[in-house]
Design a protein around this ligand. Structure first.
Ligand SMILES: NC(=O)c1ccc[n+]([C@@H]2O[C@H](COP(=O)([O-])OP(=O)(O)OC[C@H]3O[C@@H](n4cnc5c(N)ncnc54)[C@H](O)[C@@H]3O)[C@@H](O)[C@H]2O)c1
Length: 299
């Protein structure tokens, strides 16, 4: 098979480091011209230089992607420099971990802004272009298991990431009639971000570096391509040599009251039926312990 993204044009946000860098390089390797966004200009320019040195095409739009002007400029740059836009990879993100009691309003706002607003600005601009131009498009958003499962100390980040999974699903529904697809990934890899969350992650013994950030990019490139034209509104876990698919929030059990409004006190007797039928414990759970792949037990 030839290149997956020959003659395509893609945007990648937060592309200076970590997963975004790997995604920009892989999209370029698959034939796409890439418009990179990065908050830190020299870091972003270094990736642009790496792509052009390898014979690819890339330009940088430096700036904070949570600003509407930067989202607009990314789409304008793709159209001006490369004449079209085919794919958008929303990746830029930050952490400000703290338990909710200690979390400042600034820590809450910063994370919500970069992730949720940073996904909105680009998606809004790209979808507007695709709707007006009647051209198909593909978006890959970056969620996290922290949002899908919930992670201690990440109330701001997890709320943003769960919001991104919902945002992706809704964009997929709204844009289907315009031929635009929207999917989300929940990646896991060893990057500057995860070092700050988990400390230094050791390299494994095997030849394959399971937590290398570049392991995530091939699936993102595939989702951006026409080969994935039938896939939309889904959430995938991606790490190492594995790709998982998540089910959306799904009702698993119900209790009813014979067509009458409930008395509050009835739940004292009846609520247990829900947990029993659903196979769910009523207490707060540490859902991250259900991860298939963790940095702690897979070096
Ligand atoms: N690494 C993981 O295991 C993991 C797990 C789940 C989700 N994610 C998500 O993947 C994405 C990439 O994470 P990473 O691990 O590569 O992190 P990273 O810190 O290595 O890279 C993030 C990049 O985004 C840039 N950035 C941050 N804020 C920006 C802004 N406002 N505008 C433009 N650029 C900005 C940073 O400068 C940096 O280059 C993030 O959305 C993150 O939440 C990562």
């Amino acid at each position: 098979m030839g290149l997956l993204l020959a003659d395509k044009v893609a945007i990648v946000t937060g592309a200076g480091r970590g997963l975004g860098r790997g995604e920009a390089l892989e999209l370029a390797r698959q034939g796409a011209a890439v418009v990179l966004n990065e908050y830190e200009e020299p870091t972003g320019q270094a990736v642009v230089d790496e792509i052009t040195a390898a014979g690819g095409q890339a330009v940088l739009v430096a700036g904070d992607v949570s600003e509407v002007e930067v989202g607009d400029r990314l789409v304008e740059t793709a159209l001006r420099e490369f004449g079209q836009l085919d794919a958008l990879v929303n990746n830029a993100g930050i952490l400000r971990d703290r338990t909710v009691v200690k979390m400042t309003p600034e820590e809450w706002d910063a994370v919500i802004k970069v992730h949720l607003r940073g996904h909105y600005t680009t998606t809004h601009a790209a979808c507007g272009h695709w709707k007006d131009s009647k051209r198909p498009g593909a978006i890959v958003h970056t969620a996290s298991t922290s949002g899908i499962l919930g992670n201690f100390g990440q109330a701001n980040y997890g709320a943003a990431k769960a919001g991104i999974a919902a945002f992706s699903t809704i964009v997929a529904q709204e844009m289907a009639k315009y031929g635009v697809r929207s999917n989300a990934i929940a990646p896991a890899a060893r990057t500057a971000m995860t070092e700050s969350a988990y400390g230094q992650i050791p390299l494994g013994d095997s030849d394959f570096d399971f937590w290398h950030p570049d392991n995530v990019a091939p699936f993102v490139a595939f989702l951006c391509s026409e080969e994935a034209a039938h896939i939309s509104g889904k959430v995938f876990g991606v790490q190492g040599d594995t790709v998982e698919i998540y089910q959306p929030f799904t009702s698993v059990a119900v209790i009813e009251n014979d067509g009458k409004r409930w008395e509050s006190s009835q739940f004292v007797e009846r609520v247990g039926e829900l947990f029993e039928a659903g196979g769910i414990v009523p207490q707060a759970e540490f859902m991250m312990t259900k991860l298939r792949y963790t940095m702690a037990d897979r070096g």
